[in-house]
Design a protein around this ligand. Sequence first.
Ligand code: ADP
Ligand code: NA
Length: 326
Amino acid sequence: PRSGRVFSGIQPTGVPHLGNYLGALENWVSLQDQYPSVLYSIVDLHSITQPQDPTQLKSNILDMAASLLACGINPEKAILFQQSQVSEHAELSWILGCLTSMPRLRHLPQWKMKSKVKNEGSVGLYTYPVLQAADILLYRSTHVPVGEDQVQHLELAQDLARIFNNRYGELFPEPCALLSTRKVKSLRDASAKMSKSDPQTMATISVTDTPDDIALKIRRAVTDFTSEVTFDPETRPGVSNLVNIHAAVAMISVQEAVSQARGLDTGAYKKLVSEAVIQRLTPIREEIERLRSDRAHLERVLAQGTCRARELAAPVLAEVRRRVGF
Ligand code: ADP
Ligand code: NA
């Protein structure tokens, strides 16, 4: 076991997709056993930086809770909680926001990507990375599992820890990234990542897709005109994405996946890949269905997580307030 505290968050987008699972959640599960203190937050404050329907948001929060539990997050090993229920996040975010500048935030990826869509964005979307820094620093976290797209946001959290420590005295460790490099690509366009927001439903596999859905989506996955299966993400992105998915769900190496494909054309290989995906996702889908039918249980798990998160957050925020002069 290592020392330190792990923090990570996921937006309540409802049920995760295969990219979320293989790129983030699978690693979250293994970190529970590696670190003595682990916190995972359903970051609903972050989600309202884009318009959300209130009823849908409430149900997405519970769906995400059910999904995290079904994927293997164990509330005995990790504190699983809902961000908005620990008001210290918002308060620390305000204080940290006063320690950085508008230009420092302007070039961060989230703002650049999401504000472009409508050529405008909320103040919340602009200061999103400051809230993210608060999420991390509030627990004096040391390790943050992130995807490559989040590295610049983590750098802001490191800067803010340093700036606060310089001005008010040492309090926050500088959190370091546990970088996840695994990328699942869209099944319709392997130059793009698999994403919840992809309008093409055939491009994304949800962890609750039925075996028939999964088989159909993989059968329709874009490959190329070479029937042999080889691994070369540069020249054969589509088939290489299937090899990566196969290796990840079957927990084998890419070389092993390619050798299992020997003698199969891409059509036959797609069957093999769908079977592997179905085998991996079926227990998760069944567990999500079971958990979804017990809303009270999900609410209880989150409420217990909230209590434990608050116990850690309150003394840190009290110390911050004292240092600031409140
Ligand atoms: P989306 O892009 O579908 O909205 P999020 O941005 O909410 O997904 O990502 C949640 C987590 O899942 C992040 O840690 C992110 O890095 C990871 N993730 C999202 N999509 C993928 C993907 N296609 N491959 C690997 N990891 C992914
Ligand atoms: Na994203």
